[in-house]
Design a binder for this molecule. Structure first.
Ligand code: UT7
Length: 333
């Protein structure tokens, strides 16, 4: 018997119904479908619309679906971690709001703010609680409601992002499946290139911050692009080296979906053929903490017990890293 590891035993994604296409964006900002597709790989993204809806409402849909498909009762969940930068409020956290709305009464939770790397940070954290035997059923969510913090007059940012994400259930297994290892990194000096200027204690909300459009995503795209390629590639390579893995050993590379050119550059730098690289950016755009669980959800029917996966991401902070895991189940057809 292998040592106890935290295995993903179910995954459930959620994207809102409303589709925002590149053609729709052509009517809103000075852009065009050809530019967006060739520079980013995105064709459309989903947008959460509806009075009073928030990030937690997407989280509740993910959790309800996850509990149903894994035959788990809400009261069995002991912990819920939500990676997001677009929580319902600055405080309280969104994890406990999701628990309340989903009828999860015996769990505690908290949010993790690591932008596009949030799911990697949250999955690692949740896995440690399971590996150590502290908890047996932990839900880890990565989601973002990016349209709530986008300036739809700024063509450099509004075309990239979308809303959605996914949730996974972590349970202990001793059959060799589960989260094997991770390389997680951060460099706070990167905060100047990707952030929201106001709304926090540095620049509390005021009429001036609103007038200056400071409550939206600010990004210096080219700088972020270069760091993203280099950082994701290096943590994938570090992780493979220290686990004595060759490219042939890995069944799927699952990169953060920020830009198809970034994805291809990372695959190229790590010598992975694109047939082994998970890509769904064309449907959802960049959902920040939501991209990795959305990829797992989309690919779930193709994943087999024992498949070796590497997840990698880069985002605001800067934060970045990679996780190596062995998939835990075959999806019934
Ligand atoms: O997920 C978190 C981490 N984020 C990322 O990884 C994103 C990283 N960055 C990127 O993906 C890319 O930098 C962007 C997609 C944001 C931008 O693509 P780019 O190829 O780096 O474009 P650029 O910023 O260098 O701009 C090139 C040109 C500029 O025009 P000029 O100055 O050359 O005349 C822009 O004004 O493209 C122009 N441009 C656009 N044109 C049409 C910028 N946005 C648009 C647009 N439509 N939407």
């Amino acid at each position: 018997m292998s040592k106890k590891l935290a295995t993903i035993t179910g995954v459930q994604g959620y994207v809102p119904e409303h589709v925002l296409t590149n053609k729709d964006l052509e009517k809103m900002v000075d852009t065009n479908d050809e530019w967006i597709q060739s520079r980013t790989g995105i064709k459309e993204r989903r947008i959460l619309k509806g009075e009073g809806l928030a990030a937690s409402d997407m989280g509740v849909e993910m959790v309800k679906g996850l509990l149903a498909k894994t035959n788990t009762k809400p009261e069995e969940i002991e912990m819920l971690i939500c990676a997001t930068i677009t929580g319902d409020m600055i405080f309280p956290d969104t994890a406990n709001t999701i628990c309340d709305k989903a009828g999860i009464k015996n769990a505690f939770g908290y949010d993790i703010n690591a932008a596009c790397s949030g799911f990697l940070y949250a999955l690692t954290t949740g896995a440690k609680f399971v590996e150590t035997g502290t908890y047996k059923k932990v839900i880890v969510i990565g989601l973002d409601f990016m349209s709530s913090i986008l300036d739809y007059t700024d063509r450099a940012t509004c075309i990239i992002f979308g809303d959605g994400g996914g949730a996974v259930l972590l349970e202990p297994r001793e059959d060799g499946t589960g989260v094997q290892d991770q390389v997680l990194k951060a460099d706070g000096s990167g905060r100047e290139f990707l952030h929201m200027k106001a709304g926090g204690s540095l620049r509390p909300p005021s009429a001036e911050t609103v007038a200056n459009n400071e409550h939206y995503v600010y990004q210096e795209g080219r700088t972020v692009f270069k760091h993203a390629v280099k950082s994701m590639a290096s943590t994938v390579q570090d992780l493979m080296k220290r686990n004595s893995l060759t490219n042939d050993d890995i069944d799927w590379l699952i990169p953060h979906q920020a830009n198809i050119r970034i994805i291809k550059s990372v695959a190229n730098a790590c010598d992975f053929p694109m047939e082994k690289v998970v890509v769904n950016i064309e449907k959802y755009g960049n959902t920040t903490a939501g991209t990795l669980p959305l990829c797992l959800w989309d690919w779930e029917p193709r994943l087999k017990k024992g498949d070796k996966l590497i997840l990698t991401a880069f985002g605001g902070g800067f934060t970045w890293g990679s996780i190596y895991l062995v998939w835990g189940y075959d999806t019934p057809s």
